[in-house]
Design a binder for this molecule. Structure first.
Ligand code: COA
Length: 210
């Protein structure tokens, strides 16, 4: 899988466990300036609604995050995303951080109607960075709900919240081969400002764990 990523091999090691290799994953830092005029919160298709951050929604955010990321490239880059408990712990850390920005943190909920249970199908979280900066984290839509504009709506909802909190510039990071996310961020006005590399350990094919 790592060969599908624009990656460079940085050497390998072996020990008592599976043979592992260190790989660099190419990612872009992208940013957008928020306009002076107030951003209108977006409208959702029928059946969907946004949930503003509240602590009681923490488990729902973690569930939506796991559904969105578990089978995606980013779960190789950030191992916690591949695991339900990992998602719960990640979210717990984020919302307890002094930088946590509740105004930019939103849950997307689907109500199938007919009295069926509500479904947490998307999440986005935000952190402050510096005096007037913000960063969006872990934007994800569950696979069955993709391709309907919901990712774009969720990001716009978060940007409108960041603006209300006094944020002027918002950034995020995206894995270079994540075409759907890159296209979406470009469409919304994010632009790449630098390239970064994340070091990950991957199992080598043919070896235990590879
Ligand atoms: C990225 C993600 C949030 C987008 O959610 P979504 O609800 O499908 O988003 P939207 O429908 O608003 O827009 C998706 C865009 O990607 C495009 N797209 C979808 N699959 C694509 C692909 N394989 N290659 C290129 N573009 C693709 C769509 O055409 C659309 O662009 P358009 O509106 O200009 O036509 C969703 O794919 C996801 O959760 N992915 C897994 C988690 C992830 O990688 N998150 C990003 C972390 S940086």
């Amino acid at each position: 899988m790592e060969r599908a990523v624009q990656a460079g091999r940085a050497g390998h090691f072996s020990g008592s466990g599976p043979r592992m290799e260190r790989t660099y994953i190419k990612r872009y830092r992208m940013e957008i300036d928020l306009p002076q005029r107030p951003l209108a919160p977006p409208c959702l298709p029928p059946g969907y609604r946004f949930g503003a951050w509240e602590a009681t929604l923490s488990e729902s955010h973690a569930r939506a995050q796991y559904r969105a990321f578990a089978r995606e490239m980013d779960a190789l880059v950030f191992a916690s995303l591949a695991d339900r408990e990992g998602c719960r712990v990640l979210l717990e850390r984020l919302v307890n951080s002094p930088q946590f920005l509740p105004e930019g943190t939103w849950l997307l909920v689907y109500d199938p109607g007919t009295g069926s249970r509500l479904e947490a199908c998307g999440t986005i979280q935000a952190l402050r960075s510096g005096l007037r900066g913000g960063s969006l984290q872990n934007v994800g839509i569950a696979p069955e709900h993709r391709g309907r504009g919901l990712g774009g709506q969720l990001i716009q909802r978060a940007l409108a919240g960041c603006q209300v909190a006094g944020i002027k510039r918002v950034g995020l990071e995206v894995t270079a081969c994540n075409q759907a996310a890159l296209r979406l961020y470009h469409r919304l006005g994010f632009r790449p400002v630098r390239t970064v590399y994340k070091v990950v350990q991957v199992g080598v094919a043919g070896w235990p764990g590879g």
